[in-house]
Design a protein around this ligand. Structure first.
Ligand code: GRF
Length: 206
């Protein structure tokens, strides 16, 4: 990669796709416009509303329904299908499958995720429910690299979300998602800009 090239990212989703939308808009005319472009949106769920949103934005997308495939079969097919798009980085945005070492080794140090909690304090699904049920006065959002554990990879950035007065789960999620939509493009832009300047797609120099 040279200093002028934009990083090609494949965004993986499973459902709503609001983070994918915020990243896509940032690539089109926002903070990511000079450093990244979405080469494809992938979903393991053909019914995910995010896939429809991606096509409305004119983005290329594809699905591999996972129901009848083993994890190895699924990831092997995914790696092969991604060859068409040749992404530099994989950006997980509400992708609900846990990736195994088959996929992770193919994109070693090139997979990034957003987690709706402090990944050191809470791992797995339903981070906002966890914060709400524990009546936390504040929670965190984490952007991190993906390794073979669940939400255990190296942290790129963490942001606090004030939950004062948030007395429903909906309100907790609303505040959290608003922060996610701002944080994720910003952290990706900072990281990819550094990568562009260091002419490497690997993680060294993070
Ligand atoms: C977000 O809360 C994200 O942090 C988590 O899954 C949710 C996805 O939401 N990993 P959306 O599909 O981007 O709207």
């Amino acid at each position: 990669m040279t200093g002028n090239e934009r990083v090609k990212i494949a965004v993986f989703i499973s459902g709503r796709g609001s983070n994918m939308l915020s990243i896509a808009k940032s690539c089109m005319s926002g903070i990511l416009a000079n450093c990244a472009e979405i080469c494809t949106v992938f979903s393991d769920n053909p019914a995910s509303p995010g896939i429809q949103k991606a096509s409305e934005l004119g983005l290329r997308s594809f699905c591999i329904p996972s129901a009848r495939l083993s994890r190895v079969e699924f990831e092997t097919k995914l790696i092969a299908d991604l060859e068409t798009y040749k992404p530099d980085y994989i950006v997980l945005a509400g992708f609900r499958r846990i990736l195994t070492k088959v996929f992770i080794s193919a994109y070693k140090n090139r997979i990034i995720n957003i987690h709706p909690a402090d990944s050191k304090a809470f791992q797995g699904l339903n981070g906002y429910k966890w914060a709400f049920e524990n009546k936390l006065p504040k929670t965190f959002i984490t952007v991190h690299f993906v390794d073979e554990g669940v939400d255990t990879g190296e942290v790129l950035a963490k942001q606090c979300v004030d939950l004062t007065g948030a007395d429903t789960l909906d309100e907790v999620e609303k505040r959290g998602l608003a922060a996610e939509h701002e944080l994720y493009p910003k952290v990706l832009a900072e990281f990819f800009s550094r990568k562009g300047n260091s002419s490497s797609t690997g993680k060294s120099g993070v």
